[in-house]
Design a protein around this ligand. Structure first.
Ligand code: NDP
Length: 462
């Protein structure tokens, strides 16, 4: 394929969701493909993100289910949780999946290098462990992101904290954990630890978690954290962290004067593209103000033969997005089928307990973009909770553009909201109208039936 005598038609840096998809599809189109991964095949999602996190969510949810089951007549006398057993089983599954990622590449004919690759120039990479030099016609950067935390000048004692990466390496369940942040990761892990019986405190610099989401969703999640037993401290940040000899060895001081003790402190204050030392400057690849690799709609960087997909581009830091971007790139460059991934109306879930499912615009975004919108929302105690004594409610909201009745946003806070929003995402992406929602017959008795039975517009103050 290559006009010059390069070692590979395509070389992919990074064996995560976006990289492996692009490599496999390009190889399927007949390209000679190489891929380098410096850590473990599978990337953040499989090794230290979505997958092990979701297992932790399940583990934590079982504790709540046991309590609920008792109210349903089950005699469950022992409810102890063995963290070591859970972690061993979880890691075994992660290992299995990582193995599948590797065999998927090998079976597709991709040559995998288990080491770090850095740019020498736009067509040349240096493999750091073997010292080999590799050349490629086209190069795809799919190195993902990594957790960010302030340095010790900004936050003395930060070295005593862990990030989400460290959570998966814990050898015992903490008794007291303090989590900094109010985004996806902070909220998800606050629920995980609280559900596992850990005394959990969340410290957030704003006043309501999940900035950027619909305000009603934020309020539901914020209050839900408290109902789940999480102590939520707002409008402050850490000032310093000290290690002590006490039984609870970490001591945090906050800028509002409050102090806390913990045995684990987790910083969940954002992620950054993993580009340090990659040598992008040697290849003419432009980096933007948020440390993202700047790309066009076809994922092409400022260098003519280099593309980037996934979290490193910070378009939408989600696994399925990286996969779609990688696939579109491979089809465009090697399959004779130029196409780009449409980033509009991506459904997403936050695995809090209950979950958040959201697709389309938040109310504030819809009002700004379209002016007049109708709001339909409902909050109710689901049937399951009538018998188990839980007061937890679910929340459903639809945002409808007045000019043409199209549903431009849907937001759910409920058990299984992630599953619901995947389905609802199809209708919203297709541009379904509220009348079409209403014409859909309900499935009874379910939580989701409320999506098609809301008839009354919500008016402020009513
Ligand atoms: P987010 O950007 O979602 O949240 C970062 C949080 O840290 C925000 O609450 C932010 O506050 C706070 N913060 C930022 N800087 C500071 C600081 N200097 N001091 C104190 N607080 C600070 O990042 P996450 O790490 O939670 O997640 C990264 C991305 O990964 C997500 O955006 C998402 O795309 C993806 N992800 C997706 C998941 C899923 O699909 N379920 C799960 C986990 C991650 P503020 O709100 O004020 O900015």
């Amino acid at each position: 394929m290559a006009e010059h005598n390069y070692d590979f038609d395509l070389f992919v840096i990074g064996g995560g969701s976006g990289g492996v998809r692009a490599a496999r599809i390009a190889a399927g189109h007949g390209a000679k493909v190489g891929l380098a991964e410096e850590y473990r095949m599978g990337g953040t999602c499989v090794i230290r993100g979505c997958v092990p996190k979701k297992f932790m969510v399940y583990a934590s949810d079982y504790g709540r289910k046991i309590e609920e089951a008792r109210k349903y007549g089950w005699d469950i006398s022992v409810g102890d949780f063995d963290f070591a057993t859970f972690m061993a089983n979880m890691h075994a599954e992660v290992d299995r999946l990582s193995g599948l990622y590797m065999s998927g590449q090998v079976n597709a004919g991709v040559e995998v290098f288990e080491e770090r690759a850095e740019f020498v120039d736009a067509h040349t990479l240096k493999l750091k462990t073997s010292g080999k030099t590799i050349t490629a016609d086209k190069i795809l950067v799919a190195v993902g992101g990594s957790p960010w935390r302030p340095d010790s000048d900004e936050l003395p004692g930060v070295e005593h904290t862990i990030t989400s990466d460290g959570v998966f390496q814990l050898t015992e369940l903490p008794k007291h954990i303090v989590i900094a942040g109010g985004g996806y990761i902070a909220c998800e892990f606050a629920h995980v630890f609280a559900g596992l019986g850990v005394d959990t405190c969340l410290v957030y610099r704003g006043d309501t978690v999940l900035r950027g989401f619909d305000m009603d969703v934020r309020t539901e999640v914020h209050e839900g954290l408290k109902e789940a037993g999480v102590r939520v401290i707002t409008n402050t940040v850490f000032e310093s962290i000290e290690k002590t000899d006490g039984e609870t060895p970490l001591h945090v001081k906050m800028t509002n004067g409050m102090e806390l003790d913990a045995d684990v402190i987790m910083m969940a204050v954002g992620r950054l593209p993993h580009i340090n030392g990659l040598g992008l400057e040697n290849a003419g690849v432009k980096v933007g103000e948020r440390s993202e690799i700047v790309v066009d709609e076809f994922s092409k960087t400022s260098a003519d033969n280099i593309w980037a997909v996934g979290d490193v581009t910070r378009r939408a830091e989600l696994t399925p997005v990286a996969i779609r971007e990688g696939h579109a790139f491979a089809d465009t460059e090697f399959g004779g089928n130029p196409r780009s991934f449409d980033h509009d109306t991506i459904a997403t879930a936050v695995f809090t307990q209950p979950e958040v499912g959201t697709v389309g615009l938040a109310e504030h975004e819809a009002r700004k973009k379209f002016g007049a919108v109708d709001i339909y929302k409902t909050k109710f105690r689901p049937m399951r909770n009538m018998l188990n004594g839980k007061s937890e409610r679910v929340f459903i909201k639809l945002i409808v553009r007045q000019s043409d009745d199209v549903v431009v946003g849907a937001h759910i806070v409920s058990p299984d909201a992630g599953e619901m929003i995947q389905m609802l995402g199809i209708a919203v992406k297709m541009g379904a109208t509220k009348a079409q929602f209403d014409a859909t017959c309900a499935v009874h008795p379910t939580i989701a039936e409320e999506i098609v039975t809301m008839r009354t517009k919500w008016e402020a103050g009513v």
